[in-house]
Design a binder for this molecule. Structure first.
Ligand code: PMP
Length: 360
């Protein structure tokens, strides 16, 4: 089968060196060989998160890491704020509601970020808030949330801040320690240039107090169990060895290139995509755009879902349509991870031809 060009915001393409690692013979996880891999991967994850805190690897997609954060940091009835500017902010609200938290949703109009002043106001009105949840880059609306400012504001209160950087990590600036982020969750299949199936969570010493106190039910996600065996280079349950080994390979590549260079390249690809879009008369959907993907408004009278379907069938290029209330209204093109400029060029050409053909 021909390689499909993936321009979706996760999963993203995987470098050949990483693919090779996925196919190596399996090793047992209670061995020195695994311990060495665990320790090397951990150091690379700390670099990605820009933290001295531990980063725990979970056998799950990103949503599993989000649920792990809630189960470990929130007790039933806790008052929390969930900043939401798209589908993934709404996901925090859904998980928090499932865990019986007392959620104050702080929503923006889709396309815009929640202004830091609004968070400041709600925190002032609710001094008993224990935790603020936010997304870093909401992949559904392509909005960048100002987590640095949210964290500055939150740090002045007793609350902690938890960030979903599932699509942001690796492509968008993030400094867990310097920005005082108390917990960050991510996943393998986007900026980390790896296959889907790994979630990650890092928790600051301040937030660790809540992990000890949480009264939410947890077993598989109990971070105390991960912590207990951490020093031995182990995980409490059978780890996805092949995925960990492959992800480590991609992280080594990012580290060699440096995060600063990756962020810069992502910015340049975003600029390129937007310039081509603008030359086609396409308008950006978000007012507060992130760099890891571009969301274009679909011209009036056209159906974005049909455009995406036509492009994959005719060109074998996978773009993303809209989610939830944006279904049919936007077309999204990612420029994170291992996505190459030449592939974006092909994707934009296919989009231009499809729009001008009008036969969909
Ligand atoms: N948050 C964000 C910002 C995402 O982009 C995604 C995946 N699109 C998720 C959460 C959910 O992650 P997963 O599909 O890996 O569970």
């Amino acid at each position: 089968m021909d390689r499909q060009i993936l321009l979706t915001p996760g999963p993203t393409p995987i470098p050949p060196e990483t693919l090779k690692m996925e196919s190596l013979p399996i090793i047992h996880h209670r061995t020195k060989e695994f311990m060495d891999l665990f320790n090397e991967l951990h150091e690379n994850l700390q670099y990605l998160f820009q933290t001295k805190n531990k980063v725990y690897s979970l056998a799950s997609s990103g949503t599993g890491a989000m649920e792990c954060a809630v189960a470990n940091l929130v007790s039933p009835g806790d008052k929390v704020i969930a900043v939401a500017c798209g589908v993934f902010g709404e996901r925090w609200i859904k998980i928090l509601t499932a865990f019986s938290a007392n959620v104050i949703p702080l929503r923006s109009e889709w396309g815009a970020q929640v202004k830091p002043e609004e968070l400041e106001k709600v925190l002032k009105e609710n001094p008993d808030v224990k935790t603020v949840f936010s997304t870093h880059t909401d992949t559904s609306t392509a909005v960048l949330c100002d987590i640095k400012k949210y964290a500055e504001i939150t740090a002045k209160t007793k609350a902690i801040i938890v960030v979903d950087s599932i699509s942001g990590l690796g492509g968008q600036e993030l400094y867990m320690d310097d920005w005082h982020l108390d917990a960050v969750v991510s996943a393998s299949q986007k900026g980390l240039m790896s296959a889907p199936g790994l979630g990650f969570i890092s928790v600051s010493p301040k937030a660790w107090g809540l992990v000890q106190e949480s009264k939410s039910p947890r077993f598989y996600w109990d971070l105390r169990a991960f912590e207990k065996v951490f020093a031995t280079g182990q995980t409490p349950f059978t780890p996805p060895v092949s995925l960990l080994r492959a992800t480590n390979e991609s992280l080594k590549m990012i580290r060699k290139k440096t995060l600063k260079n990756v962020w810069q390249e992502t910015k340049e690809l975003a600029q390129f995509t937007r310039e081509v879009g603008s030359s086609l008369g396409l308008k950006m959907f978000p007012k507060d755009p992130c760099e890891i993907l571009t969301s274009f408004k679909v011209p009036e009278g056209l159906d974005g879902q049909k455009i995406v379907k036509q492009i994959v069938e005719k060109y074998n290029i996978s773009l993303a349509g809209g989610q939830d209330k944006l279904k049919g209204k936007v077309v999204r093109i990612a420029h994170m991870g291992y996505i190459q400029k030449a592939d974006i060029q092909k994707g934009m050409k296919a989009l231009a031809e499809t729009l001008s053909s009008g036969v969909f």
